[in-house]
Design a protein. Structure first.
Length: 110
């Protein structure tokens, strides 16, 4: 399977939709947390491919995130697949400025 890059406007549309997916443990969306590593399109399977990580490899809530992703992408894509990746490992340096502000608002020292 090979993926191709999304057009910039499509990338922005999908990224904006994914801001509705909230990490259930931290209460911050996966985009601003920096959990989305890459978005691509699988022409062979006509599906969006989301390369995503988690703040912890042992997170038991992948099903919750997958369900929220399906809801967020409804009306944007017919099919998607999350490719869970662990390298490079997630770190707080991947967060957006908005993500840092959200984390500070809930008491984290970021």
């Amino acid at each position: 399977m090979s993926t191709v890059s999304l057009a910039p406007d499509r990338f922005d549309e999908i990224t904006e939709a994914l801001k509705d997916v909230v990490d259930p443990e931290l209460g911050v969306n996966v985009v601003d947390l920096g959990l989305i590593y890459d978005l691509g399109w699988d022409d062979e399977n006509d599906a969006l491919v989301i390369n995503m990580t988690l703040t912890s490899a042992g997170c038991p809530l992948t099903d919750v995130i997958e369900d929220e992703t399906a809801q967020a992408l409804d009306g944007h894509v017919e099919r998607f697949r999350i490719n869970w990746v662990w390298m490079p490992p997630w770190g707080p340096e991947r967060m957006s400025d908005d993500g840092r502000e959200m984390m500070r608002a809930i008491g984290f020292q970021i």
